[in-house]
Each structure stands twice: as structure tokens, then as C-alpha cells.
Design a protein around this ligand. Structure first.
Ligand code: NDP
Ligand code: GDR
Length: 325
């Protein structure tokens, strides 16, 4: 049987790198869309970290350029298309709402159009987000919880989510939307709260920094490991029917508790180092996220395997090793 081809947008991001690694172990030909940069080599940092840069094929493209996307899909005829590219940092979405709407919202329609026109039998995965829920409406958020986006990012993600559902219903595309709750790893961008914290804990421990400046420590998140979550993406595309799934751990903790886990791992008391600054608060906050992954467990046989504590300690250890070098 011929090996399958997967096309990943956002392959240079956290999830793209882990997904590429997993698909390579399954024997896939992996093609990744990358934005052209003027800086040589920088884009592949995460793929380098996993040691897989030479095993994937990278092709220039941008979510805003539907013609280019169509040509890529025509050339590679992927069996599976994973749309992970986005302006993904919530805080930046207030500073760049139009760009966020274009990339994170309209960009999804561009990829769906390219699939519909060039390879309508390809299976499509959209990286939707728990941010779409926004306000607390039910104790645990599931596939039937109503949405109430609280940031330009979440508004754009809703467009992508409904476009995915609509292409499935209108054109019979095998399109799935994974509503993923926060997931992290040593490959997480430094601006996101977990990595900011684990990086600071490591630097303070090594005497390279003396404080951590934070925003809202009371926000609660349902944090899992990116390595576990990319497995759920793949499983969605292996089913008989396309559908939407919540992917979460089913447990929520405050930012404060997460900070404590990171600092205590290196024997430090966070209260001696954390300073609060309004600059890191958001115009509108998502106070609590807590997912109900029952459907993913029932249909996909998927469960989170890594606890928040195990993940944060892995991240602190990776940051310690990096800064010690
Ligand atoms: P990252 O921010 O790490 O990666 C985003 C990727 O998108 C990068 O590869 C980036 O490329 C690429 N990208 C950005 N703009 C464009 C563009 N215009 N054209 C082509 N590529 C572009 O995100 P994650 O890996 O954490 O997340 C993956 C997806 O899942 C995102 O869509 C995110 O919104 C969503 N999501 C993430 C969750 C999480 O907790 N991690 C939870 C729920 C949803 P470059 O390297 O050039 O910047
Ligand atoms: P989030 O992740 O907005 O949930 O989006 P982030 O890690 O940025 O924030 C989580 C929570 O921590 C609070 N917080 C801080 N956040 C940051 N970044 N920096 C700080 O200093 C800080 N202090 C407190 C935030 O207010 C927030 O409540 C992530 C992204 O990966 C999205 O792309 C994805 O869709 C969602 O997760 C699910």
C-alpha cells in the first residue's frame, strides 16, 4: 500500500512539529507549508529540536494566499490536510485584530477552498480552540456548549470552526474541527504563560534572572501536553465519519497553582519572585476553561496521558538544560 501524504500548515509551530514527528513514525510523507523568511534557518528551530528537519518537505506558502495553497494541494495531492497555522497568541489579537481575522479566520476558508477545488477527497483537520467558549456557561465545556468569544482571536477561530462545519455539510468534505484546550510542551512559544513561567523558573534558579512579571494569576486553564493532543488530531481523520471533538484533560487549575509547580520543582518559593503588572492583563479575560473530553474518549479512544505537573516539570527541565548551555 502506498504511504499516505499529509500536508501541515503551521509545521514550524509547536503542534506542527509534534504532529510531523508522529506522522513520520507512522510512515507518512510529510509536507509542511512555511512562510518565507529573510533569516536563514530560523523557521525550523522546533523541527531541528526534534531532529526531523531533514525528513519533512517544506514548501513556501501563506494562509493569506489562496492561489499558492491551491497549487501546493494540486502538486502534492495530500490524503490529509492539517490546518494548524494561525496568529495564535490571544493577547496580540487585540493589537492586530485585522491580521488575526485574516489569518486565523479567512485563512481557514482559503485552505478549505484549495482542498475543495484541487483535492476534495482529502481529509481536513481544523485547529479550533476552547477560547471560542469564552464565558462560563456550563461547568464543563463539550461539543454542544454554546460559544461566546472574548477576543479577536476567538472571534476569528469561530469563523474557522463554522467554515469547517459548513464545508462538511455543503460540499461533503471530510472536515473535522478539533476544539482543543490549552496544550503546552518544551516547544511552546515563550510568550505563552506556561513557557514564560518555566523559562523564568529555570533562569532564576541559574542566577540569570531575579523576578517573574505576571498578569492575571487567578485565570484557570485545562492544561495538557501537545504530544498527547496531536494524537487526537490524527485519530479524528481516521474515523469513518467526519465530526467535531473536544480535546481536554477534564481538570482545571489556576495560573498561580501552575507557577507553584514550576518553582517548587527547582526548590524556589514563587512568592519571593513574582510581581504583578497590569500590562499583562487582557481587555477581556476568559476566566475558566474546563473541557469534557468524553466524546473523544468514547469515539476516538483518546485520553490525555500526561498530567499538568509532569508536563510543567518536563518544561522546567528542558529550560534548565537550555540555559545551562
Ligand atoms: P504556534 O503559534 O506555535 O504556531 C503557529 C504556526 O502558524 C507557525 O508555524 C506559524 O509560522 C504559522 N503561521 C502563522 N501565520 C501564518 C500565515 N499567514 N501563513 C502560514 N503560516 C502561518 O501555535 P500552536 O502550534 O500552539 O497551535 C497550532 C494551532 O492550534 C493554532 O491554529 C492555534 O491557534 C491552535 N490552538 C492551539 C492551542 C494550544 O494550546 N497550543 C489550543 C487550541 C488551538 P511561523 O513559524 O512562520 O511563525
Ligand atoms: P491562552 O494562553 O490565552 O489561554 O491561549 P496563554 O498562555 O497566553 O494565557 C493563559 C492564561 O494565563 C493568563 N496570564 C498570562 N498569560 C500570558 N501569556 N502571559 C502572562 O504574563 C500571563 N499572566 C497571566 C492569561 O491572562 C490567560 O488567562 C492559548 C493559545 O495557545 C491559543 O492559541 C489557544 O487557542 C488557547 O490557548 C486554547
Amino acid at each position: 500500500m502506498k504511504n499516505k501524504t499529509a500536508l501541515i500548515t503551521g509545521i514550524t509551530g509547536q503542534d506542527g512539529a509534534y504532529l510531523a514527528q508522529m506522522l513520520l513514525t507512522k510512515g507518512y510523507r510529510v509536507v509542511g507549508v512555511v512562510r518565507r523568511l529573510s533569516h536563514f534557518g530560523v523557521a525550523t528551530q522546533r523541527l531541528d529540536w526534534l531532529g526531523i528537519t531533514d525528513q519533512v518537505e517544506l514548501v513556501d506558502g501563506d494562509l493569506l494566499d489562496v492561489g499558492g495553497l491551491a497549487r501546493i494541494i494540486r502538486e502534492y495531492k495530500p490524503d490529509e490536510v492539517y490546518n494548524l497555522a494561525a496568529q495564535s497568541f490571544v493577547k496580540t489579537s487585540w493589537a492586530q485584530p485585522t491580521l488575526t481575522a485574516q489569518v486565523t479566520g479567512v485563512g481557514v476558508v482559503n485552505v478549505l477552498e484549495a482542498v475543495r477545488l484541487e483535492s476534495p477527497d482529502a481529509r481536513f483537520y481544523q485547529a479550533s480552540s476552547s477560547e471560542m467558549y469564552g464565558l462560563i456557561q456550563e461547568e464543563k465545556q463539550s461539543e454542544v456548549t454554546p460559544f461566546y468569544p472574548r477576543s479577536p482571536y476567538a472571534v476569528a477561530k469561530l469563523m474557522g470552526h463554522w467554515a469547517t462545519v459548513n464545508y462538511r455539510e455543503s460540499f461533503d468534505i471530510f472536515a473535522c474541527s478539533g476544539i482543543l484546550f490549552n496544550h503546552e510542551s518544551p516547544l511552546r512559544g515563550l510568550e505563552f504563560v506556561t513557557r514564560k513561567v518555566t523559562d523564568a523558573a529555570a533562569r532564576i534558579k541559574l542566577g540569570q534572572a531575579n523576578e517573574l512579571v505576571m498578569g492575571n494569576m487567578d485565570a484557570k486553564r485545562d492544561w495538557g501536553h501537545a504530544r498527547d493532543y496531536v494524537r487526537a488530531m490524527w485519530l479524528m481523520l481516521q474515523q469513518d465519519k467526519p465530526d467535531d471533538y473536544v480535546v481536554a484533560t477534564g481538570r482545571t487549575v489556576t495560573v498561580r497553582e501552575m507557577v507553584k509547580v514550576a518553582f517548587e520543582h527547582v526548590g524556589l518559593n514563587p512568592e519571593e519572585y513574582v510581581r504583578i503588572d497590569q500590562a499583562f492583563f487582557r481587555p477581556a479575560e476568559v476566566d475558566v476553561l474546563l473541557g469534557n473530553p468524553a466524546k473523544a474518549k468514547r469515539v476516538l479512544g483518546w485520553e490525555a496521558e500526561t498530567t499538568m505537573e509532569e508536563m510543567i516539570r518536563e518544561m522546567v527541565d528542558a529550560d534548565l538544560a537550555r540555559h545551562a548551555r
